[in-house]
Design a protein around this ligand. Structure first.
Ligand code: IDP
Length: 142
């Protein structure tokens, strides 16, 4: 077993679409435990610094504007290989390329509004979790 933690965001389109429960069910069915959660409406500064790695990409301002267009739900998932498992459940970045049964295939329409974010590696997971949560806000049951 490789117990990991990963940062997940249910993006504005999926919150607006009333898909929070459906997405949480998928996490829990896969054995991922939600050990922290917060609903928030990101500021432009927060969205820009969270996605700073994409600052030079052509889609950066569209991405930031989308992420601040409505409330998001931010959570930390814990479990065996949580980073890879969450990425598998999410599906490919572009919903048109995501496998059937994944969140992005089933609940998202476009690459701009693709329902969920998930950390892609242990180091980014650590940074992204610390971006939103203090250690005293992580309620591991292990
Ligand atoms: P990921 O969310 O699957 O890890 P990244 O490459 O890290 O994908 O991109 C971050 C986010 O930026 C994506 O989830 C998507 O919302 C947006 N994005 C990525 N590529 C494009 C693009 O080509 N056009 C528009 N938005 C994009």
């Amino acid at each position: 077993m490789t117990i990991e933690r990963t940062l997940s965001i249910i993006k504005p389109d999926a919150v607006a679409g009333n898909h929070i429960g459906e997405i949480y069910r998928r996490f829990e069915t896969a054995g991922l435990e939600i050990i922290a959660a917060r609903m928030m409406h990101l500021s432009q500064d927060q969205a820009e610094s969270f996605y700073a790695v994409h600052r030079e990409r052509p889609f950066f301002s569209a991405l930031v504007n989308f992420m601040i267009s409505g409330p998001v739900l931010v959570q930390v998932l814990e479990g065996d290989e949580a980073i890879r498992k969450n990425r598998d459940i999410m599906g490919a970045t572009n919903p048109a390329e995501a496998a059937a049964g994944t969140i992005r295939h089933d609940l998202a329409e476009t690459v701009d509004a693709n329902a969920v974010h998930g950390s892609d590696a242990p180091e980014t997971a650590r940074e992204e979790i610390a971006f939103f949560f203090g250690d005293d806000e992580l309620h591991s049951r292990r």
